[in-house]
Design a protein around this ligand. Structure first.
Ligand code: BDR
Ligand code: CA
Length: 322
């Protein structure tokens, strides 16, 4: 496996951009700690066609058009969802029109991309960052369980330990495909770090912080414009850019408070608690990234998050002008 920089971690990002996914991609694209081998897409915030197009254009805007974007599942594993509001705008990125690029989605499907990266890897070598409904990851673990040991860390944005954001009980990614979430989170065969809403809500920017983001770089300005089309606000905090907290928490583990867990349960029933999660805790809270098979981010430091964003996004030039 070829590294972009010595010591960088072979990484796959699975996403559904999504304004916060776009910010997370920008953060990964700007961070040499990650050797980004593929971005895989899934239906979630928008259709998989939209999320694929958004991922391609976001990477191009960040100067990373060479990263293959590989399309995955077009629907959840088992049950279709009822219609839900387009909180990321009709096109998934706040109805901002990013410049079209000559690049298309890779002909390689998402699962083939996982196989390409995981097959030659040694056990524990690859980090998978999952920022969307867990459909692709569940399919991977079910179709190629032999590759699970190559994943050294599965970092997931999902679940809630207090209240939900799509229903009173459920977080969007677990709600959008609870059967997949059950497969991935409740059967803990891969070392997993779960970034719940309790931590990711702290990745919120208020209007003055959004304007700061806009001033940092052309990429910052583009994402700041997307945020204006983000129909979600956390009282007193601003627009929550959940997925970006996952990347920040990997780059600087001290940004989040991690708590070891013994198990996670996901409600796959059809009642009003569908997609709700319940964590069985294991031990006392601790700061930082002690190696454990299952850790849950329960809080985060907003100021440090914004500091990291500023450091990483400031050098990013922005969309090509063609
Ligand atoms: C998650 O749901 C999506 O709307 C966001 O992109 C994020 O992944 C937050 O609940
Ligand atoms: Ca997402």
């Amino acid at each position: 496996m070829t590294d972009r920089q010595p010591g960088s971690i072979p990484t796959i990002v699975d996403c559904d951009p999504g304004i916060d996914d776009a910010l997370a991609l920008a953060l990964v694209a700007a961070s040499p700690e990650f050797d980004l081998h593929a971005v895989t897409t899934v239906c979630g915030n928008v259709t998989v066609d939209h999320s694929t197009r958004n991922a391609i254009r976001t990477l191009a805007a960040c100067g990373r058009a060479e990263v293959p974007v590989c399309q995955g599942a077009a629907r959840p594993l088992v049950r279709l969802n009822p219609p839900y509001p387009p909180i990321h705008g009709e096109n998934g990125i706040g109805d901002v029109e990013l410049p079209a690029t000559a690049r298309e989605a890779s002909a390689e499907p998402a699962l083939a991309a996982f196989e390409r990266v995981l097959e030659p890897a040694v056990p524990g070598e690859v980090t998978v960052i999952a920022l969307a409904p867990l459909t692709n990851i569940a399919l991977l673990l079910s179709t190629r369980p032999d590759l699970a040991d190559r994943i050294g860390l599965l970092a997931v944005m999902g679940a809630t330990i207090d209240r939900g954001n799509v229903t009173p009980f459920a977080e969007f990614n677990t709600w959008a495909d609870p059967e997949a979430a059950y497969r991935v989170l409740a059967t803990n065969e891969v070392p997993t770090r779960l970034f719940t809403l309790a931590a990711t809500r702290k990745a919120a920017l208020d209007e003055s912080q959004r304007l700061e983001l806009a001033a940092w770089s052309p990429v910052g300005a583009t994402i700041a414009e997307m945020i204006l089309g983000y129909d979600d606000q956390v009282t007193g905090l601003g627009w929550p850019l959940h997925d970006a907290m996952v990347v920040a928490g990997l780059l600087e583990p001290g940004i989040v408070t991690l708590r070891p867990a013994a198990a996670i349960e996901v409600d796959t029933g059809t009642g009003r608690r569908r997609g709700a999660t319940a964590v069985t805790w294991d031990g006392a809270p601790h700061q930082g990234g002690a190696p454990r098979p299952l850790e849950v981010a329960v809080d985060a430091d907003s100021e440090r998050f914004r500091g990291l964003l500023r450091e990483r996004l400031s050098p990013l030039a922005g969309p090509p002008s063609d």
